[in-house]
Design a protein around this ligand. Sequence first.
Ligand SMILES: NC(=O)C1=CN([C@@H]2O[C@H](COP(=O)(O)OP(=O)(O)OC[C@H]3O[C@@H](n4cnc5c(N)ncnc54)[C@H](OP(=O)(O)O)[C@@H]3O)[C@@H](O)[C@H]2O)C=CC1
Ligand SMILES: O=C(O)CCC(=O)C(=O)O
Length: 428
Amino acid sequence: MSTTPTQEEAEPETEYDSALVTARRQLERAATHVDVDEGVIERLKHPTKVQQVSVPLERDDGEVEVFTGYRAQHDDVRGPYKGGLRYHPEVTAEECTGLSMWMTWKCAVMDLPFGGGKGGIAIDPKSLSADETERLTRRFAEELRDVVGPTKDVPAPDMGTDAQTMAWFMDAYSMQQGETIPGVVTGKPPVIGGSYGREEAPGRSTAIAAREAIQYEGNEVSETTVAVQGFGSVGANAARLLEDWGATVVAVSDVNGALYDPDGLATHEIPTHDEEAEAVLEQEAPQTISNEDVLELDVDVLIPAAVGNVITADNADAIEADIVVEGANGPTTFAADTILDERDVTVIPDILANAGGVTVSYFEWLQDINRRQWTLEEVNEELEEKMLSAWDDVREEVEAKDLTWRDAAYVVALSRIAEAKATRGLWP
Ligand SMILES: NC(=O)C1=CN([C@@H]2O[C@H](COP(=O)(O)OP(=O)(O)OC[C@H]3O[C@@H](n4cnc5c(N)ncnc54)[C@H](OP(=O)(O)O)[C@@H]3O)[C@@H](O)[C@H]2O)C=CC1
Ligand SMILES: O=C(O)CCC(=O)C(=O)O
Protein backbone atom coordinates (compact mmCIF):
# COMPACT_ATOMS: atom_id res chain seq x y z
CA MET A 1 0.00 0.00 0.00
CA SER A 2 1.24 3.50 -0.73
CA THR A 3 0.89 6.97 0.69
CA THR A 4 -2.50 8.10 -0.70
CA PRO A 5 -5.05 9.44 1.82
CA THR A 6 -7.19 6.83 3.55
CA GLN A 7 -10.83 6.35 2.63
CA GLU A 8 -11.90 8.41 5.66
CA GLU A 9 -9.58 11.30 4.73
CA ALA A 10 -10.81 11.48 1.14
CA GLU A 11 -13.77 13.79 0.52
CA PRO A 12 -17.06 11.93 0.12
CA GLU A 13 -17.84 10.97 -3.44
CA THR A 14 -21.15 11.87 -5.04
CA GLU A 15 -22.91 9.38 -7.25
CA TYR A 16 -22.35 11.61 -10.25
CA ASP A 17 -18.69 12.63 -10.04
CA SER A 18 -17.85 13.99 -13.47
CA ALA A 19 -14.55 13.43 -15.25
CA LEU A 20 -13.67 17.02 -14.30
CA VAL A 21 -14.34 16.52 -10.59
CA THR A 22 -12.34 13.28 -10.58
CA ALA A 23 -9.49 14.80 -12.58
CA ARG A 24 -9.26 17.76 -10.17
CA ARG A 25 -9.29 15.52 -7.11
CA GLN A 26 -6.57 13.35 -8.63
CA LEU A 27 -4.53 16.47 -9.42
CA GLU A 28 -4.85 17.79 -5.87
CA ARG A 29 -3.78 14.45 -4.43
CA ALA A 30 -0.81 14.07 -6.78
CA ALA A 31 0.28 17.67 -6.13
CA THR A 32 1.13 16.72 -2.54
CA HIS A 33 3.87 14.44 -3.90
CA VAL A 34 5.61 16.89 -6.21
CA ASP A 35 7.46 20.17 -5.76
CA VAL A 36 5.46 22.35 -8.15
CA ASP A 37 4.37 25.99 -7.65
CA GLU A 38 0.86 26.12 -6.16
CA GLY A 39 -0.11 28.67 -8.83
CA VAL A 40 0.73 26.17 -11.55
CA ILE A 41 -1.43 23.53 -9.87
CA GLU A 42 -4.30 26.01 -9.50
CA ARG A 43 -3.98 27.00 -13.17
CA LEU A 44 -4.02 23.35 -14.24
CA LYS A 45 -7.41 22.83 -12.58
CA HIS A 46 -8.92 25.00 -15.34
CA PRO A 47 -9.00 24.69 -19.14
CA THR A 48 -7.66 27.42 -21.40
CA LYS A 49 -10.86 27.40 -23.41
CA VAL A 50 -14.01 25.36 -23.99
CA GLN A 51 -15.65 25.96 -27.35
CA GLN A 52 -19.37 25.15 -27.56
CA VAL A 53 -21.04 24.97 -30.95
CA SER A 54 -24.46 24.12 -32.38
CA VAL A 55 -24.33 21.42 -35.02
CA PRO A 56 -27.43 21.36 -37.25
CA LEU A 57 -28.09 18.05 -38.96
CA GLU A 58 -30.47 17.35 -41.81
CA ARG A 59 -31.77 13.83 -41.26
CA ASP A 60 -32.23 11.50 -44.22
CA ASP A 61 -35.99 12.23 -44.11
CA GLY A 62 -35.36 15.98 -44.43
CA GLU A 63 -36.07 16.89 -40.79
CA VAL A 64 -33.51 19.22 -39.15
CA GLU A 65 -32.19 18.60 -35.64
CA VAL A 66 -29.60 20.65 -33.79
CA PHE A 67 -27.00 18.98 -31.56
CA THR A 68 -24.44 20.52 -29.21
CA GLY A 69 -20.74 19.98 -29.80
CA TYR A 70 -17.73 20.91 -27.68
CA ARG A 71 -13.97 21.21 -27.88
CA ALA A 72 -12.17 21.63 -24.56
CA GLN A 73 -8.57 22.84 -24.70
CA HIS A 74 -6.86 22.33 -21.38
CA ASP A 75 -3.17 23.23 -21.64
CA ASP A 76 -0.72 23.72 -24.52
CA VAL A 77 2.53 24.63 -22.83
CA ARG A 78 4.26 21.56 -24.35
CA GLY A 79 2.65 21.77 -27.81
CA PRO A 80 -0.69 21.81 -29.67
CA TYR A 81 -3.80 20.58 -27.86
CA LYS A 82 -4.35 16.88 -28.67
CA GLY A 83 -7.17 14.48 -28.01
CA GLY A 84 -10.17 12.63 -29.35
CA LEU A 85 -13.69 13.51 -30.45
CA ARG A 86 -16.43 11.48 -28.81
CA TYR A 87 -19.96 10.95 -30.16
CA HIS A 88 -22.02 9.82 -27.17
CA PRO A 89 -25.32 10.95 -25.60
CA GLU A 90 -23.58 11.86 -22.32
CA VAL A 91 -21.01 14.26 -23.80
CA THR A 92 -21.00 17.58 -21.88
CA ALA A 93 -18.66 20.56 -21.56
CA GLU A 94 -17.66 19.33 -18.11
CA GLU A 95 -16.90 15.80 -19.32
CA CYS A 96 -14.82 17.12 -22.23
CA THR A 97 -12.90 19.39 -19.86
CA GLY A 98 -12.02 16.54 -17.49
CA LEU A 99 -11.05 14.31 -20.40
CA SER A 100 -8.88 17.13 -21.83
CA MET A 101 -7.03 17.39 -18.50
CA TRP A 102 -6.28 13.68 -18.66
CA MET A 103 -4.95 14.21 -22.21
CA THR A 104 -2.52 16.88 -20.90
CA TRP A 105 -1.10 14.41 -18.36
CA LYS A 106 -1.13 11.52 -20.86
CA CYS A 107 0.92 13.43 -23.44
CA ALA A 108 3.36 14.55 -20.74
CA VAL A 109 3.76 11.04 -19.28
CA MET A 110 4.59 9.81 -22.78
CA ASP A 111 6.87 12.84 -23.31
CA LEU A 112 5.01 13.86 -26.48
CA PRO A 113 5.16 17.50 -27.67
CA PHE A 114 1.43 18.02 -27.16
CA GLY A 115 -0.99 19.44 -24.63
CA GLY A 116 -4.48 18.20 -23.84
CA GLY A 117 -7.77 18.59 -25.67
CA LYS A 118 -11.02 16.64 -25.98
CA GLY A 119 -14.32 17.20 -27.66
CA GLY A 120 -17.43 15.62 -28.97
CA ILE A 121 -21.10 15.86 -29.74
CA ALA A 122 -23.94 14.88 -27.42
CA ILE A 123 -25.57 12.34 -29.72
CA ASP A 124 -26.18 8.61 -29.95
CA PRO A 125 -24.04 7.57 -32.94
CA LYS A 126 -26.13 4.41 -33.36
CA SER A 127 -29.12 6.62 -34.20
CA LEU A 128 -27.34 7.96 -37.31
CA SER A 129 -27.09 6.56 -40.83
CA ALA A 130 -23.66 6.73 -42.49
CA ASP A 131 -24.80 9.74 -44.54
CA GLU A 132 -26.06 11.51 -41.42
CA THR A 133 -22.76 10.83 -39.60
CA GLU A 134 -20.89 12.31 -42.56
CA ARG A 135 -23.06 15.46 -42.67
CA LEU A 136 -22.83 15.89 -38.89
CA THR A 137 -19.04 15.50 -38.92
CA ARG A 138 -18.51 17.89 -41.82
CA ARG A 139 -20.63 20.55 -40.08
CA PHE A 140 -18.80 19.98 -36.78
CA ALA A 141 -15.46 20.49 -38.60
CA GLU A 142 -16.76 23.74 -40.08
CA GLU A 143 -17.88 24.97 -36.65
CA LEU A 144 -14.49 24.12 -35.10
CA ARG A 145 -12.46 25.55 -37.99
CA ASP A 146 -11.06 28.49 -36.03
CA VAL A 147 -9.90 26.50 -33.01
CA VAL A 148 -8.32 23.42 -34.65
CA GLY A 149 -5.31 23.03 -36.97
CA PRO A 150 -2.09 20.99 -37.19
CA THR A 151 -0.15 23.40 -34.97
CA LYS A 152 -3.11 24.47 -32.78
CA ASP A 153 -5.33 21.58 -31.82
CA VAL A 154 -5.36 18.12 -33.43
CA PRO A 155 -8.45 15.91 -32.86
CA ALA A 156 -8.52 12.11 -33.19
CA PRO A 157 -11.00 9.23 -32.70
CA ASP A 158 -12.56 8.35 -29.35
CA MET A 159 -15.76 6.50 -28.42
CA GLY A 160 -18.32 6.55 -31.22
CA THR A 161 -15.91 7.94 -33.84
CA ASP A 162 -13.42 6.15 -36.07
CA ALA A 163 -11.01 6.50 -38.99
CA GLN A 164 -13.85 7.32 -41.40
CA THR A 165 -15.06 10.12 -39.11
CA MET A 166 -11.54 11.56 -39.14
CA ALA A 167 -11.42 11.32 -42.95
CA TRP A 168 -14.61 13.41 -43.26
CA PHE A 169 -13.36 15.91 -40.68
CA MET A 170 -10.03 16.29 -42.50
CA ASP A 171 -11.76 16.68 -45.87
CA ALA A 172 -14.20 19.32 -44.62
CA TYR A 173 -11.40 21.31 -42.94
CA SER A 174 -9.15 21.01 -46.01
CA MET A 175 -11.94 22.25 -48.31
CA GLN A 176 -12.44 25.30 -46.10
CA GLN A 177 -8.70 26.02 -46.08
CA GLY A 178 -8.33 25.48 -49.83
CA GLU A 179 -5.59 22.87 -49.58
CA THR A 180 -5.18 19.31 -48.30
CA ILE A 181 -4.12 19.43 -44.65
CA PRO A 182 -3.76 15.84 -43.38
CA GLY A 183 -2.22 16.93 -40.05
CA VAL A 184 -5.43 18.57 -38.77
CA VAL A 185 -6.55 15.22 -37.35
CA THR A 186 -4.95 11.86 -36.60
CA GLY A 187 -6.45 8.40 -36.68
CA LYS A 188 -7.25 8.77 -40.41
CA PRO A 189 -7.23 5.82 -42.83
CA PRO A 190 -3.63 5.20 -44.04
CA VAL A 191 -4.59 5.96 -47.66
CA ILE A 192 -5.05 9.68 -46.80
CA GLY A 193 -2.13 10.13 -44.41
CA GLY A 194 -3.20 7.97 -41.49
CA SER A 195 -0.71 5.77 -39.69
CA TYR A 196 -0.64 2.01 -39.81
CA GLY A 197 -1.27 0.68 -36.33
CA ARG A 198 -3.20 3.73 -34.97
CA GLU A 199 -6.51 1.87 -34.73
CA GLU A 200 -4.94 -0.93 -32.65
CA ALA A 201 -2.57 1.33 -30.69
CA PRO A 202 -4.56 2.11 -27.50
CA GLY A 203 -5.38 -1.59 -27.16
CA ARG A 204 -1.76 -2.51 -27.87
CA SER A 205 -0.46 -0.13 -25.19
CA THR A 206 -3.07 -1.41 -22.74
CA ALA A 207 -1.82 -4.95 -23.41
CA ILE A 208 1.81 -3.82 -23.02
CA ALA A 209 0.94 -2.14 -19.69
CA ALA A 210 -0.82 -5.32 -18.55
CA ARG A 211 2.20 -7.43 -19.58
CA GLU A 212 4.63 -5.16 -17.72
CA ALA A 213 2.44 -5.10 -14.61
CA ILE A 214 2.10 -8.90 -14.63
CA GLN A 215 5.87 -9.32 -14.96
CA TYR A 216 6.54 -6.61 -12.35
CA GLU A 217 4.54 -8.68 -9.89
CA GLY A 218 6.65 -11.75 -10.76
CA ASN A 219 4.16 -13.61 -12.95
CA GLU A 220 3.98 -14.77 -16.57
CA VAL A 221 1.43 -13.57 -19.14
CA SER A 222 0.94 -17.19 -20.24
CA GLU A 223 -0.27 -18.09 -16.74
CA THR A 224 -2.64 -15.14 -16.43
CA THR A 225 -6.41 -14.86 -16.66
CA VAL A 226 -7.93 -11.66 -18.03
CA ALA A 227 -11.42 -10.09 -18.17
CA VAL A 228 -12.14 -7.18 -20.52
CA GLN A 229 -15.12 -4.81 -20.40
CA GLY A 230 -15.81 -3.23 -23.82
CA PHE A 231 -14.88 -4.81 -27.14
CA GLY A 232 -14.07 -1.73 -29.24
CA SER A 233 -10.89 -0.11 -30.43
CA VAL A 234 -9.29 -0.43 -26.99
CA GLY A 235 -10.84 -3.55 -25.45
CA ALA A 236 -10.82 -5.84 -28.48
CA ASN A 237 -7.26 -5.06 -29.46
CA ALA A 238 -6.01 -5.47 -25.89
CA ALA A 239 -7.87 -8.77 -25.49
CA ARG A 240 -6.64 -10.20 -28.79
CA LEU A 241 -3.02 -9.23 -28.18
CA LEU A 242 -3.00 -10.66 -24.67
CA GLU A 243 -4.49 -13.88 -26.04
CA ASP A 244 -1.76 -13.93 -28.73
CA TRP A 245 0.82 -13.59 -25.94
CA GLY A 246 -0.62 -16.65 -24.17
CA ALA A 247 -3.04 -15.16 -21.63
CA THR A 248 -6.40 -16.81 -21.01
CA VAL A 249 -9.07 -14.20 -21.78
CA VAL A 250 -12.06 -15.53 -19.85
CA ALA A 251 -14.56 -12.70 -20.47
CA VAL A 252 -15.23 -9.91 -22.96
CA SER A 253 -18.29 -7.65 -23.13
CA ASP A 254 -20.16 -5.11 -25.20
CA VAL A 255 -22.91 -2.77 -24.06
CA ASN A 256 -25.37 -5.67 -23.61
CA GLY A 257 -23.26 -8.01 -21.45
CA ALA A 258 -20.39 -10.48 -21.54
CA LEU A 259 -19.34 -13.88 -22.77
CA TYR A 260 -17.64 -15.98 -20.09
CA ASP A 261 -15.53 -19.11 -20.55
CA PRO A 262 -13.15 -20.09 -17.73
CA ASP A 263 -11.08 -22.07 -20.29
CA GLY A 264 -10.57 -18.98 -22.46
CA LEU A 265 -12.40 -17.32 -25.36
CA ALA A 266 -11.20 -17.22 -28.98
CA THR A 267 -11.17 -13.42 -29.08
CA HIS A 268 -10.21 -13.11 -32.77
CA GLU A 269 -13.48 -14.82 -33.67
CA ILE A 270 -15.64 -12.34 -31.75
CA PRO A 271 -16.58 -9.26 -33.83
CA THR A 272 -15.27 -5.96 -32.51
CA HIS A 273 -17.52 -2.90 -32.09
CA ASP A 274 -16.13 -1.60 -35.39
CA GLU A 275 -16.78 -4.89 -37.23
CA GLU A 276 -20.31 -5.25 -35.83
CA ALA A 277 -21.64 -3.33 -32.83
CA GLU A 278 -23.58 -5.22 -30.15
CA ALA A 279 -22.57 -8.61 -31.59
CA VAL A 280 -20.63 -10.05 -28.64
CA LEU A 281 -23.54 -11.89 -27.07
CA GLU A 282 -24.44 -13.50 -30.41
CA GLN A 283 -21.28 -15.66 -30.18
CA GLU A 284 -21.08 -19.11 -28.63
CA ALA A 285 -19.77 -19.40 -25.06
CA PRO A 286 -20.57 -21.60 -22.07
CA GLN A 287 -22.00 -18.66 -20.13
CA THR A 288 -23.16 -15.08 -20.48
CA ILE A 289 -22.88 -12.63 -17.58
CA SER A 290 -23.65 -8.94 -16.98
CA ASN A 291 -21.25 -6.04 -17.40
CA GLU A 292 -21.28 -5.60 -13.60
CA ASP A 293 -20.30 -9.27 -13.11
CA VAL A 294 -17.34 -8.92 -15.49
CA LEU A 295 -15.78 -6.43 -13.11
CA GLU A 296 -16.06 -8.80 -10.17
CA LEU A 297 -14.66 -11.95 -11.80
CA ASP A 298 -11.88 -13.77 -9.98
CA VAL A 299 -9.17 -13.06 -12.58
CA ASP A 300 -5.56 -11.91 -12.42
CA VAL A 301 -6.09 -8.86 -14.64
CA LEU A 302 -9.21 -6.75 -15.16
CA ILE A 303 -9.31 -4.33 -18.11
CA PRO A 304 -12.22 -1.86 -18.04
CA ALA A 305 -12.18 -0.57 -21.65
CA ALA A 306 -15.61 0.96 -22.24
CA VAL A 307 -17.05 3.91 -20.30
CA GLY A 308 -16.02 5.91 -17.23
CA ASN A 309 -17.02 5.48 -13.56
CA VAL A 310 -17.57 1.70 -13.64
CA ILE A 311 -15.38 0.88 -10.62
CA THR A 312 -16.95 2.87 -7.79
CA ALA A 313 -17.14 2.90 -4.00
CA ASP A 314 -20.07 0.48 -4.40
CA ASN A 315 -18.12 -2.35 -6.07
CA ALA A 316 -14.44 -1.64 -5.30
CA ASP A 317 -14.49 -4.07 -2.40
CA ALA A 318 -15.81 -6.78 -4.72
CA ILE A 319 -13.04 -6.45 -7.32
CA GLU A 320 -11.16 -9.78 -7.24
CA ALA A 321 -8.46 -8.96 -9.80
CA ASP A 322 -4.92 -8.34 -8.53
CA ILE A 323 -4.25 -5.85 -11.31
CA VAL A 324 -6.62 -3.34 -12.93
CA VAL A 325 -5.36 -1.89 -16.22
CA GLU A 326 -7.42 1.13 -17.26
CA GLY A 327 -8.10 0.82 -20.99
CA ALA A 328 -10.97 3.32 -20.76
CA ASN A 329 -10.52 6.90 -19.64
CA GLY A 330 -11.62 7.40 -16.04
CA PRO A 331 -13.12 3.96 -15.30
CA THR A 332 -12.21 4.21 -11.59
CA THR A 333 -13.77 6.85 -9.35
CA PHE A 334 -11.65 8.73 -6.83
CA ALA A 335 -13.15 6.88 -3.86
CA ALA A 336 -12.77 3.49 -5.55
CA ASP A 337 -9.13 4.26 -6.25
CA THR A 338 -8.50 4.73 -2.53
CA ILE A 339 -10.31 1.50 -1.67
CA LEU A 340 -8.34 -0.48 -4.29
CA ASP A 341 -5.08 0.97 -2.96
CA GLU A 342 -5.98 -0.01 0.61
CA ARG A 343 -6.73 -3.51 -0.68
CA ASP A 344 -3.34 -3.65 -2.47
CA VAL A 345 -4.91 -3.94 -5.91
CA THR A 346 -2.47 -2.50 -8.45
CA VAL A 347 -4.16 0.05 -10.74
CA ILE A 348 -2.28 0.99 -13.91
CA PRO A 349 -3.84 4.38 -14.80
CA ASP A 350 -5.45 5.35 -18.09
CA ILE A 351 -2.91 8.13 -18.66
CA LEU A 352 -0.23 5.46 -19.01
CA ALA A 353 -2.10 2.31 -20.08
CA ASN A 354 -4.14 3.58 -23.04
CA ALA A 355 -1.57 6.18 -24.13
CA GLY A 356 -0.65 4.15 -27.21
CA GLY A 357 -3.48 5.85 -29.10
CA VAL A 358 -2.10 9.35 -28.74
CA THR A 359 1.47 8.10 -29.13
CA VAL A 360 0.74 6.63 -32.56
CA SER A 361 -1.26 9.79 -33.29
CA TYR A 362 2.00 11.65 -32.69
CA PHE A 363 3.76 9.27 -35.09
CA GLU A 364 0.98 9.99 -37.62
CA TRP A 365 1.39 13.74 -37.17
CA LEU A 366 5.14 13.34 -37.81
CA GLN A 367 4.46 11.22 -40.90
CA ASP A 368 2.05 13.90 -42.20
CA ILE A 369 4.61 16.69 -41.69
CA ASN A 370 7.31 14.65 -43.41
CA ARG A 371 4.98 13.23 -46.09
CA ARG A 372 6.44 9.80 -45.38
CA GLN A 373 4.63 6.64 -44.29
CA TRP A 374 6.12 4.33 -41.69
CA THR A 375 5.58 0.55 -41.91
CA LEU A 376 3.45 -1.22 -39.31
CA GLU A 377 6.62 -2.81 -37.92
CA GLU A 378 8.27 0.61 -37.49
CA VAL A 379 5.17 1.97 -35.73
CA ASN A 380 4.89 -0.97 -33.35
CA GLU A 381 8.63 -0.94 -32.54
CA GLU A 382 8.56 2.79 -31.76
CA LEU A 383 5.40 2.36 -29.69
CA GLU A 384 6.95 -0.47 -27.68
CA GLU A 385 10.01 1.72 -27.02
CA LYS A 386 7.90 4.73 -25.94
CA MET A 387 5.73 2.59 -23.68
CA LEU A 388 8.71 0.94 -21.96
CA SER A 389 10.39 4.29 -21.47
CA ALA A 390 7.23 5.80 -19.91
CA TRP A 391 6.73 2.65 -17.83
CA ASP A 392 10.27 3.01 -16.42
CA ASP A 393 9.80 6.72 -15.67
CA VAL A 394 6.61 5.97 -13.73
CA ARG A 395 8.04 2.87 -12.03
CA GLU A 396 10.97 4.93 -10.71
CA GLU A 397 8.50 7.29 -8.97
CA VAL A 398 6.46 4.35 -7.63
CA GLU A 399 9.60 2.90 -6.07
CA ALA A 400 11.29 6.14 -4.97
CA LYS A 401 8.24 7.66 -3.25
CA ASP A 402 6.09 4.61 -2.50
CA LEU A 403 3.27 5.96 -4.64
CA THR A 404 0.38 4.37 -6.46
CA TRP A 405 0.95 4.01 -10.21
CA ARG A 406 -1.60 6.80 -10.79
CA ASP A 407 0.09 9.26 -8.44
CA ALA A 408 3.49 8.33 -9.88
CA ALA A 409 2.27 8.95 -13.44
CA TYR A 410 0.89 12.34 -12.33
CA VAL A 411 4.25 13.20 -10.70
CA VAL A 412 6.08 12.44 -13.97
CA ALA A 413 3.56 14.50 -15.97
CA LEU A 414 3.35 17.46 -13.58
CA SER A 415 7.14 17.73 -13.29
CA ARG A 416 7.48 17.98 -17.08
CA ILE A 417 4.61 20.47 -17.45
CA ALA A 418 5.84 22.67 -14.60
CA GLU A 419 9.37 22.69 -16.00
CA ALA A 420 8.04 23.70 -19.43
CA LYS A 421 6.01 26.55 -17.89
CA ALA A 422 8.98 27.77 -15.86
CA THR A 423 11.31 27.59 -18.86
CA ARG A 424 8.95 29.47 -21.18
CA GLY A 425 8.53 32.10 -18.51
CA LEU A 426 4.81 32.30 -19.09
CA TRP A 427 2.48 32.94 -16.22
CA PRO A 428 0.58 29.65 -16.55
N1 LIG B 1 -10.24 5.10 -29.49
C1 LIG B 1 -9.15 5.60 -28.95
O1 LIG B 1 -8.21 5.99 -29.65
C2 LIG B 1 -9.01 5.67 -27.46
C3 LIG B 1 -10.07 5.43 -26.62
N2 LIG B 1 -9.88 5.50 -25.25
C4 LIG B 1 -10.96 5.27 -24.30
O2 LIG B 1 -11.32 3.88 -24.32
C5 LIG B 1 -12.71 3.73 -24.03
C6 LIG B 1 -13.35 2.95 -25.17
O3 LIG B 1 -13.12 3.64 -26.38
P1 LIG B 1 -13.13 2.90 -27.79
O4 LIG B 1 -12.59 1.52 -27.64
O5 LIG B 1 -12.53 3.84 -28.75
O6 LIG B 1 -14.69 2.85 -28.05
P2 LIG B 1 -15.48 2.02 -29.16
O7 LIG B 1 -16.62 2.88 -29.51
O8 LIG B 1 -14.57 1.51 -30.21
O9 LIG B 1 -15.99 0.73 -28.33
C7 LIG B 1 -16.66 0.85 -27.12
C8 LIG B 1 -17.01 -0.53 -26.60
O10 LIG B 1 -17.60 -0.40 -25.30
C9 LIG B 1 -18.93 -0.98 -25.33
N3 LIG B 1 -19.78 -0.19 -24.45
C10 LIG B 1 -20.38 0.99 -24.71
N4 LIG B 1 -21.07 1.41 -23.62
C11 LIG B 1 -20.89 0.47 -22.68
C12 LIG B 1 -21.36 0.32 -21.35
N5 LIG B 1 -22.15 1.24 -20.78
N6 LIG B 1 -20.98 -0.79 -20.66
C13 LIG B 1 -20.19 -1.72 -21.24
N7 LIG B 1 -19.73 -1.63 -22.49
C14 LIG B 1 -20.08 -0.56 -23.21
C15 LIG B 1 -19.36 -0.94 -26.77
O11 LIG B 1 -20.36 -1.94 -27.01
P3 LIG B 1 -21.23 -2.00 -28.38
O12 LIG B 1 -20.32 -2.56 -29.44
O13 LIG B 1 -22.31 -2.94 -28.01
O14 LIG B 1 -21.67 -0.61 -28.67
C16 LIG B 1 -18.02 -1.27 -27.46
O15 LIG B 1 -17.76 -2.66 -27.39
C17 LIG B 1 -13.25 5.15 -23.86
O16 LIG B 1 -13.18 5.47 -22.48
C18 LIG B 1 -12.27 6.01 -24.63
O17 LIG B 1 -12.20 7.34 -24.16
C19 LIG B 1 -8.65 5.75 -24.72
C20 LIG B 1 -7.57 5.97 -25.53
C21 LIG B 1 -7.68 6.03 -26.96
O1 LIG C 1 -4.97 10.05 -30.47
C1 LIG C 1 -5.27 11.06 -29.88
O2 LIG C 1 -4.92 12.18 -30.20
C2 LIG C 1 -6.12 11.03 -28.61
C3 LIG C 1 -6.73 9.73 -28.24
C4 LIG C 1 -7.60 9.95 -27.05
O3 LIG C 1 -8.59 10.66 -27.14
C5 LIG C 1 -7.26 9.40 -25.77
O4 LIG C 1 -6.13 8.92 -25.58
O5 LIG C 1 -8.10 9.43 -24.85
